[in-house]
Design a protein around this ligand. Structure first.
Ligand SMILES: N[C@@H](CCC(=O)N[C@@H](CS)C(=O)NCC(=O)O)C(=O)O
Length: 193
């Protein structure tokens, strides 16, 4: 039994996409950052930071996007979201997810110039792709969520970020991504343009 604590449009979107990619059966519990007083009372027991995503697996909590994506990729290997057996490719997926979590995600706190810089690093690192590491993987889902969310505020000019823009557009074609956006929009979340 999987219980997924999430807030539409937030970091948890990546896990939401992965849940749909693997076809997992899950119960979603939605929180609103505008109404933290309405949080499910059990959330802080599962995650003392009160952050999303939090995935509860048969009563046991798992936190952090990268770890949850890895759990889903391993639990549902038929979805082929991780390059199992190719050690270098496995490490590269972890490298990407570490970069996304530790460099891209907190970038905005250091201002717009720094944010532009780190996305230029991501642009260079991604190259023409089509995917972050060989075949499509959880690294792409993690990267996509950050670029999707922040490209509006970045004013991400496709001429400056052609690789990230093409990657974003490729991701938007995926049925699991479309299903996730439909589900989150139905909860009343207005998607950034
Ligand atoms: N390092 C965490 C970051 C998760 C995170 O920052 N979640 C934000 C939403 S994007 C959150 O829950 N914020 C609410 C809060 O800090 O109270 C991860 O990768 O899962």
């Amino acid at each position: 039994m999987l219980t997924f604590y999430h807030a539409p449009g937030s970091s948890s979107l990546a896990v939401h996409i992965a849940l749909h990619e693997v076809g997992a059966v899950f119960e979603a519990k939605t929180i609103s950052f505008a109404h933290r007083d309405l949080d499910p009372p059990e959330l802080r027991g599962f995650n003392p930071e009160g952050k999303v995503p939090t995935l509860v697996i048969d009563g046991r909590p798992l936190t952090e996007v990268a770890a949850i994506l890895y759990y889903l990729a391993r639990t549902y290997p038929d979805a082929k979201l991780f390059p199992f057996g190719d050690i270098e490719a496995e490490a590269k997926v972890i490298s990407w997810m570490s970069f996304v979590a530790s460099t891209l995600h907190p970038a905005r706190q250091r201002g717009p110039e720094h944010t532009q810089q780190v996305y230029r690093w991501a642009e260079q690192r991604l190259g023409v792709g089509p995917w972050a590491v060989g075949a499509y993987s959880i690294a792409d889902i993690h990267l996509f969520r950050l670029f999707w969310r922040f490209r509006g505020s970045l004013g991400a000019d496709p001429a400056i970020f052609p690789n990230l823009t093409a990657h974003h557009d490729r991701m938007m074609q995926r049925p699991a991504v479309q299903k996730t956006f439909e589900a989150e929009a139905a909860l009343g979340y207005t998607l950034p343009a």
